[in-house]
Design a protein around this ligand. Structure first.
Ligand code: SOE
Length: 387
């Protein structure tokens, strides 16, 4: 079996999750090409060496520009903050490397447009690319999409999506890169609101056409980051301005006529990773919560009236998406399995020369929704076209 030599740029939280996916996927799924964890790229040589040793990367580099040009690299996996997605993806695609880029695709629509054009041009040369919206690879999400596509909910009328976390409730939590607009592009809106947008469009097959939103920064300044990195950094004595939204609330109108309500926040005390959606249709409804990710609640409005009610489906049967390669029914999957499924979807697409999903173009649409919410908020929550 020939291999796919992976170079991963970055090694924070997403670096750990992607490493797990690259390592586990070929051991539980039959893949046409075997991913090889070939090169880990990071800024700090010792931290990159440590991460490579921990997660099983064969080599390390501190120069992503050199790495993406190497003949012994086939795929570039971008798991850096959003301010570097565009330059790395454009260089990798131009060098003929397949690309996976973490979400959101970019920090601006302009960057996302340039990346999408480059991706579509590269695809004509057999160079493929995908964006890391991994929650759509949770079995319950795929099964939800199947139920909607089969018409089990009838006409979709309302969609509710909320991504609730609380890791910023403490005003002394340090100013990490996710709180700086020049690094992250936006706050809760792009960091976790992007997941909500991608998920409901994936499950319903509908697309948002206009939004009305409000963005709010609840804690305007925080201690600068001291020791440590990413989400687990510790605070220093100096303080800096938070330049992104803490809470994003918005409504949306879908192309099929449905209305949506969205919330993305890292201030919902007690909610740790409560990524939820509820889809309400003329014949039924679906409800999902990432904190109970192996379950899907289904309401069949066509059932006899006396028997109606939301029923809990345990999405662990071998006939459910992805689950046949894991454990016997009733044995649960976890957060990391979405990253393994990402590899399981990407590698066969590359082997077949087929466009993996979601494409840069799909992620560009998400970027346009994020931008429209920002423009709406700046215009007093006026209804704003996605464009
Ligand atoms: C932080 O909010 C975060 O790590 C996001 O950046 C991820 O995309 C999400 O999956 C989990 O929470």
């Amino acid at each position: 079996m020939s291999t796919l030599r992976i170079a991963m740029v970055g090694h924070g939280f997403m670096g750990a999750a992607h490493s797990q996916g690259w390592r586990v996927a070929p051991r539980f799924f039959d893949l046409p090409l075997r991913p090889e964890m070939h090169l880990l790229v990071g800024r700090d040589p010792s931290k990159t060496e440590d991460a490579a040793g921990r997660w099983g990367w064969a080599q390390t580099s501190t120069d992503w520009r050199e790495a993406v040009q190497r003949d012994d690299v086939d795929v570039v996996d971008i798991v850096t903050p959003g301010d570097t997605h565009a330059e790395i993806a454009l260089a990798a695609l131009a060098a003929g490397k397949h690309v996976i880029c973490e979400k959101p695709l970019a920090n601006t629509v302009a960057e996302a447009v340039a990346m999408t054009r480059a991706a579509e041009d590269a695809a004509t040369r057999g160079v493929l690319s995908m964006v890391g919206f991994t929650y759509r690879r949770v079995p319950a999400a795929v099964f939800a999409r199947q139920l909607v596509a089969e018409g089990r909910l009838g006409e979709i009328r309302q969609v509710r999506a909320e991504y609730l976390q609380d890791w910023l409730t403490d005003p002394e939590a340090p100013l990490t890169w996710r709180l700086q607009k020049d690094r992250a592009g936006s706050g809760s809106l792009g960091d976790i609101g992007a997941h909500a947008i991608d998920m409901v469009e994936y499950v319903t097959g509908s697309r948002l056409e206009s939004v009305s939103g409000v963005l709010e920064t609840l804690v305007p300044e925080r201690p600068l980051l001291g020791e440590g990195v990413g989400l687990s950094g510790t605070a220093s004595a100096e303080r800096g301005a938070v330049t992104v939204d803490d809470v994003a609330l918005f409504h949306g109108r879908f192309d099929g006529g449905a209305l949506g309500s969205f919330e993305a926040t890292r201030f919902r005390t007690g909610r740790k990773n409560a990524f939820r959606f509820e889809i309400s249709g003329s014949k039924g409804a679906l409800s999902f919560d990432m904190e109970r990710m192996n379950e899907l609640e289904f309401y069949d409005a066509t059932a006899p009236a006396l028997e109606q009610g939301f029923r809990r489906i345990l999405v662990t049967e071998h006939e459910h998406p992805y689950t046949g390669s894991w454990w016997p029914t009733g044995h649960m999957l976890g957060y990391e399995h979405g990253f393994t499924h990402q590899v399981v979807d990407f590698v066969p697409a590359v082997a077949a020369g087929a466009q993996p999903r979601p494409s840069f173009a799909e992620a560009l649409h998400v970027q346009r929704v994020l931008d429209a919410v920002e423009r709406s908020s700046a215009a007093g929550s006026a209804w704003t076209s996605i464009g």
